[in-house]
Design a protein around this ligand. Sequence first.
Ligand code: BV8
Ligand code: ZN
Length: 248
Amino acid sequence: MSNKTLEDLVQKLKDAQNVSVLTGAGVSAESGIKTFRDPDGLWAKFNPQELASIDGFMSNPELVWEWYMNRVDIVNNSTPNDGHFALSKLQSIIKDFSIITQNVDGLHQKAGSVDVIELHGSIVKNKCFDCGKKYDGDIDTSEKKIPRCKSCNGLIRPDVVWFGEMLPANAIRKAQQEAEKSDVFFSIGTSAEVFPAADLPHIAKQNGAFLVEINPNNTVLSKFADLKVADTSANALPTIVEELKKVI
Ligand code: BV8
Ligand code: ZN
């Protein structure tokens, strides 16, 4: 890890043509949505294989459905935090600014960000487990039991990417293209442990990007970062926006 400074970052952002951001659950932590791998995270209580996988759903669809509906409830009652709003502001200042997220909570969009690349789908969208028919919102989730598909009577499931499932081809392809051409690449609020999303910061760096990690903790990515900001996203991002506004 090098000893670059916030001033170096602001200068890079001032000159940058393309900036990309990869966000993870940590960006939503300050909106009250638990992360996955922090000690009090979502996985702490559950085994990921049990909940976010096809086998998990097939062996216990009610448990998985209930876990997701519980998360949908939390997401629907959550609001973006200062980190989300700062990213939306950066997107309006910097010419070509793409937000690539592993999150499924839609908070970037609620904060005004556009063209958000959702690598792992969206928890407020559903589809049929059997025929894949999309149900974006028009299903009754108030019932305890899992709704059934109107076309084939299959079980409805959240339209998210489970372990062992391919990411949406257009999303991962666009994300890789954005990473390749970025002058500055931010990895924010992610443990950088889930692939292929975790490849993106390396793709960016291999193509010459200035790599920034914003995370209060160290991760497997930290040693590759040109600048490591050991702070929360809701603190660090507004500061970066303020410093950038002073020089543009
Ligand atoms: C796939 C579903 C083809 C939605 C999730 C190599 C290549 C390809 C695949 C693999 C590979 N090696 C292994 C695999 C298999 C697997 C994988 O990566 N396993 C890992 C665990 C080793 N990948 C897959 O299965 C992917 N599918 O590639 O298909 C294939 C399949 C098999 C084998 C080969 C190829 C599918 C991956 C998607 C899985 N779906 N979620 C949902 O329910 O939400 S993953 C889940 O983890 C979430 O999507 C989450 O976003 C994601 C990553 O977690 P993070 O966002 O990083 O969250 P985490 O809690 O880990 O970290 C939070 C961080 O925030 C911490 O560092 C913390 O310090 C920090 N933080 C906390 N507070 C703050 C903060 N930071 C800033 N501010 C704060 N306030
Ligand atoms: Zn169906």
